[in-house]
Design a protein around this ligand. Structure first.
Ligand SMILES: CC(C)(COP(=O)(O)OP(=O)(O)OC[C@H]1O[C@@H](n2cnc3c(N)ncnc32)[C@H](O)[C@@H]1OP(=O)(O)O)[C@@H](O)C(=O)NCCC(=O)NCCS
Length: 161
């Protein structure tokens, strides 16, 4: 489902309940929503929205083509309602993102995440989905919190990543 103005408040509310995210991160995530609502695809940000039949937001992902690359895309954000996590919604959202990127002739997806214990589940989620930790920058976010760069080549068999 595409992003619509009514999703903004629901995304803000959901992000506010995700314990992994700081207030600064929530503010940045909402800037991407505002950019996409204002400028559409020209913003560089696309959204996958998982909404229940009653209109409740189950989760969302934000992704887009990486500037100055040839067919590389970034997954900027993915979040599932904490009450619904581990129910397959994240996997479904990521699948929707990958299909959209492949349909746009994208060949590589990059995701950045943190090495903190709080992100163990997130890293397990990406690894289970076929993403490989391609690089790690020590003490990047803060001392003791490395940047982990995960990648998935959509045009290669899983064994070749
Ligand atoms: C990361 C996130 C999007 C995953 O969504 P989800 O709906 O909970 O994940 P799924 O149920 O689709 O899980 C798919 C697979 O990932 C792995 N996984 C997911 N959560 C896990 C956990 N807590 N511990 C270990 N493995 C986990 C499992 O292999 C799982 O498959 P399985 O349940 O059949 O074993 C969600 O946990 C989330 O919103 N986390 C907080 C925000 C965040 O960290 N976002 C990413 C950074 S921007």
């Amino acid at each position: 489902m595409k992003l619509a103005p009514r999703h903004r408040a629901a995304i803000a509310e959901l992000l506010g309940r995700v314990s992994e995210f700081t207030a600064d991160e929530v503010a940045v995530a909402l800037e991407l929503v505002d950019e996409a609502l204002a400028r559409g695809d020209a913003s560089g940000y696309r959204f996958a929205i998982d909404e229940a039949a009653d209109g409740a937001l189950r989760g969302y992902a934000c992704f887009g083509p990486t500037p100055m690359t040839e067919a590389t895309w970034d997954l900027y954000w993915i979040a599932v309602d904490p009450r619904l996590q581990r129910g397959g919604h994240g996997r479904a959202l990521l699948g929707e993102v990958e299909r959209a990127v492949a349909a746009a002739a994208g060949r590589l997806l990059r995701v950045e995440t943190a090495s903190l214990d709080a992100y163990d589940a997130t890293r397990a989620f990406y690894e289970r989905a076929g993403y490989a930790c391609a690089a790690r920058l020590g003490d990047f976010y803060a001392r003791g919190n490395d940047l982990c760069i995960y990648t998935k080549y959509l045009d290669r068999p899983a064994a070749d990543v």
